[in-house]
Design a protein around this ligand. Structure first.
Ligand code: SF4
Ligand code: SF4
Length: 479
């Protein structure tokens, strides 16, 4: 940042050059471009997210995309695992774990998720990069907007919107690529000519609609609305303050050191004049993407992006003052000189996240790729006595959730010599659901009561490790 620190008069002039931005009545501020420690971190935390998002739909495992939410087949493929609608609880569980992890991070370091890794922030940074690339830095942008429309302005503006639309389209395409194989999706957008000479696209209308819809939303959110999404639309911004405590690390202005703020000449003995380290240059405000003044104290709009820290540190360097007038710190640190990291609330969150994650990993790790449902026939005759045997009829539903075909054998266990009649193992295709009536009989003398508990066990013939159980009841004659 080679800019000189603007004077109060210059600052007033700059603030007059605001222009309206979608749905913010205060108008949009041209944020000053800034570099520094936290900006580097933002770049490096955003990069893996973008690369991971773009590449994931291209990976193939067992002949299908590594991550595919196959809605028509009602199957979610995540790496080597396939989830079915009956695994919906696991998805809900995963979301709860993610929410608790976010709460834990918020208690510890405030809204760093918002400032560094939230997709809204990362995509906004990409769009800002495209804007700076085409229109130059803050001063050039302001000048360009003030000048009359000419070739240069048209080229720069259209270049920016072309880049924005390109990024937005790639984003929409990639996002829909998580729901339909991405290679076919891209080929579908490839134009071809039919016999009559018309240009056609071999794409499903729903896939085309959702790609364009997400592309438009990306263009709108990251290009036009930017941090206004954080400020007005994100529900997390509204309730995150209840997770803050006095030891939460967040971006704070050190008022005891900075006040009384005011301009001064470099050689002034400002302390003798009763002034603090803040020279009231407003750089911290000019760089703020949510247009707040952190010197007024912690505000819910602040996304903890650290831009104001980088800006103020550069001002401190120019003035030859110590860095850190604005810094990541806690209220306790500022008021009492110490931050308490070991606190019950934080341990409570950490414990809850570890416990839930351990249970989740265990459940997913021991999950069987087959499920069985058993319904006892409640027809006119609940049971039948054949010679010395009692028989019940059941409907057994086997769901082969594995990626491979299997034939399944059915066994029944109980307190007696229970036997299955009339069932021969059949091969079930991958993902096939098979329903079969099954007769279970037991010698009459083995029944101790009218109602007994029995267990159906379904096992893959070629792999004893793939198995599922279901308990049901066996009804006999009144004793
Ligand atoms: S806090 Fe720092 S950046 Fe903000 S006005 Fe004061 S000196 Fe300038
Ligand atoms: S006050 Fe500072 S940390 Fe908060 S949003 Fe503005 S620039 Fe980012």
């Amino acid at each position: 940042m080679g800019d000189k620190i603007p004077t109060v008069e210059e600052k007033a002039g700059e603030e007059a050059v605001r222009y309206r931005m979608l749905y913010d009545t205060n108008g949009r501020v041209y944020t000053r471009k800034i570099s520094g420690f936290f900006q580097k971190i933002r770049r490096y935390t955003g990069l893996p997210l973008i690369v991971g998002f773009l590449l994931m739909p291209w990976f193939v495992i067992d002949g299908r995309p590594a991550m595919l939410f196959d809605l028509p087949a009602r199957k979610f493929h995540i790496l080597w695992m396939t989830f079915w609608p009956q695994d919906g609880m696991l998805l809900a569980w995963l979301l709860i774990i993610a929410a608790f992890a976010l709460f834990t991070v918020t208690v510890l370091v405030g809204r760093v998720w918002c400032g560094f890794t939230c997709p809204q922030t990362v995509w906004t940074l990409m769009f800002i990069w495209a804007e700076h690339f085409c229109e130059g830095d803050r001063n050039k942008m302001m000048k360009l907007d003030k000048q009359a429309w000419n070739t240069e302005k048209i080229m720069r503006k259209s270049g920016k919107h072309f880049l924005w639309l390109l990024i937005a389209f790639i984003t929409g395409l990639t996002f829909v690529g998580y729901f339909t194989p991405i290679r076919e999706l891209i080929l579908g957008f490839w134009p071809s000519m039919d016999a009559t000479g018309f240009v056609t696209f071999d794409i499903h209308p729903a896939a085309a609609f959702w790609t364009l819809f997400f592309a438009f939303m990306t263009y709108l959110n990251a290009g036009w609305m930017r941090e206004q999404v954080c400020k007005y639309m994100c529900p997390y911004a509204r309730f995150q303050s209840v997770m803050y405590d006095t030891d939460t690390l967040a971006v704070h202005y050190d008022a005891a050191r900075g006040e009384t703020r005011g301009p001064r000449k470099p050689k002034d003995d400002y302390k003798a004049e009763g002034k603090g380290d803040c020279i009231d240059c407003s750089w911290c405000v000019q760089v703020c993407p949510v247009d707040i003044d952190i010197r007024e104290g912690l505000q819910y709009e602040c996304i903890n992006c650290g831009l104001c820290i980088d800006a103020c540190d550069q001002v401190m360097d120019k003035m030859d003052y110590d860095r850190g007038l604005i810094r990541f710190t806690s209220e306790d640190q500022l008021e009492n000189g110490a931050t308490h990291f070991l606190r019950p609330r934080l341990f409570g969150y950490i414990f809850a996240v570890i416990a839930m994650m351990s249970a989740f990993v265990y459940v997913v790790g021991t999950r069987q790729p087959v499920s069985v449902d058993v319904i006892r026939d409640r027809g006119a005759r609940m049971y039948r006595i054949t010679n010395e045997f009692v028989q019940n009829v059941y409907t057994v539903k086997i769901n082969n959730m594995d990626e491979r075909p299997h034939s399944y054998k059915i066994a029944v266990e109980g307190d007696g010599a229970y036997k299955i009649r009339g069932y021969r193992p059949l091969e079930l295709e991958a993902g096939e659901v098979f329903t079969v009536p099954v007769r279970v009989s037991v010698p009459k003398e083995d029944l101790k009561s009218t109602k007994s508990v029995i267990r159906f066990i379904v096992t893959a013939s070629d792999n004893e490790g793939i198995s599922a159980k279901e308990d049901t009841s066996f009804i006999g004659p009144n004793k």
